[in-house]
Design a protein around this ligand. Structure first.
Ligand code: HEM
Length: 319
């Protein structure tokens, strides 16, 4: 990719960008303006999770901002944002760089640095055993979206109990939202680092890490989309959406919308679009994710002329 305008075609599973399409009872929303309108519209809700017994996966899902309707969401989001205040992005970047360098000193071939972001965040969030938090958070992340199988839910239940035991004492809802930060950070940040590490050698050292990350987020978003339910009738992109309808919002398609980005399939470092969402549920950890990824990648790029073999780990669109 020494030519910075290399063509990166969309993945075979990325839908084309166009007007909303109703397919098998679900609306597929792919244009930038339409995705943004749904994310910021008052008539669309995240799928809500019911409460569950203390210190279980169901408790976590039923307590976090991510799965809360408009009544409970503001207080829960405020709890998450308050916990994030203890994690200044500059400190996260430094911690992530130090830990990555230590891992590579121990094993220069260690490909992953995969656990670094969660370990750094867990330490800053005050968890008693940040290293042990890494596998626990991964188990919870694997079952966090609806539709996980019973074995994954059992593992996640045990992992939530372990994370609760190592979290600072605070009211249950604050604790759930603190743990929720780790779960939200886990797969997406690792996938961003993995994708950026794959693109980095071809992009060349002259491309700053921030610019590389922005364009990787646009062209190969670690979170490819999200879902909403219509609480009331509305119109999106000229289509009538009935109350109760389900919508899949595809960031990967919207990020290549020619209405907002020129030459959308070309790799031009520095561009960024919708990958962190928008509206009331938009990612509160964007600066933190970028800081963690920058810390890891700066070290990987310094130490390596070729990218480590980091497995692709793009989470599917949540159910
Ligand atoms: C590259 C990494 C990341 C990406 C691409 C990403 C993307 C997103 C997106 C798209 C949403 C909105 C989902 C929706 O509206 O349905 C979201 C929500 C959220 N993210 Fe991130 N995220 C990343 C990393 C992080 C990190 C590092 C943290 C915490 C430090 C974090 C915390 C959260 C939280 C708490 C929510 C739920 C917010 C709410 O519902 O009010 N994310 N993220």
């Amino acid at each position: 990719m020494s030519d910075p305008t290399t063509l990166i075609p969309p993945g075979s599973d990325t839908p084309a960008c166009g007007p909303p399409i109703l397919d098998d009872g679900v609306w597929w929303v792919t244009r930038h303006a339409d995705v943004r309108a749904v994310l910021t519209g008052v008539n669309f809700r995240v799928p809500e999770a019911a409460p569950g017994p203390p210190a279980t996966l169901a408790w976590l899902r039923g307590s976090v901002a991510r799965f809360s309707g408009p009544g409970l969401h503001p207080a829960r989001r405020a709890a998450a944002v308050a916990a994030l205040a203890g994690c200044p992005p500059d400190a996260l970047r430094r911690d992530a760089a130090r830990l990555t360098a230590e891992e590579l000193d121990r094993d220069p071939l260690a490909g992953s640095a995969r656990g670094v972001p969660v370990r750094v965040l867990a330490a800053r969030l005050g968890l008693a055993d940040p290293a042990a938090a890494v596998p626990a958070v991964a188990l919870v992340a694997a079952a966090y979206q609806p539709g996980a199988g019973p074995a994954a839910v059992r593992d996640a239940d045990r992992a939530v109990a372990a994370l609760v035991a190592m979290s600072p004492a605070e009211p249950p809802e604050a604790m759930a939202n603190r743990i929720g930060l780790l779960v939200q950070a886990c797969d997406a940040t690792a996938a961003l680092i993995g994708a950026a590490a794959r693109y980095a050698p071809a992009a060349g050292r002259s491309v700053p890490t921030a610019a590389l990350l922005a364009e990787v987020l646009r062209l190969d978003p670690p979170v490819r989309g999200t879902r909403r339910i219509a609480a009331r009738a509305d119109r999106v992109g000229g289509q009538s959406i009935a109350p109760g309808a389900e919508l899949v919002l595809r960031f990967d398609a919207a990020n290549r919308d020619p209405a907002v980005v020129s030459a959308p399939d070309r790799f031009v470092p520095g561009r960024s679009v919708l990958t962190f969402g928008a509206g009331p549920h938009g990612c509160p950890g964007e600066r933190h994710a970028l800081a963690l990824a920058t810390g890891v990648l700066d070290v990987l790029r310094q130490r390596r002329s070729t990218a480590p073999a980091v497995p692709a780990n793009r989470p599917a669109v949540p159910r």
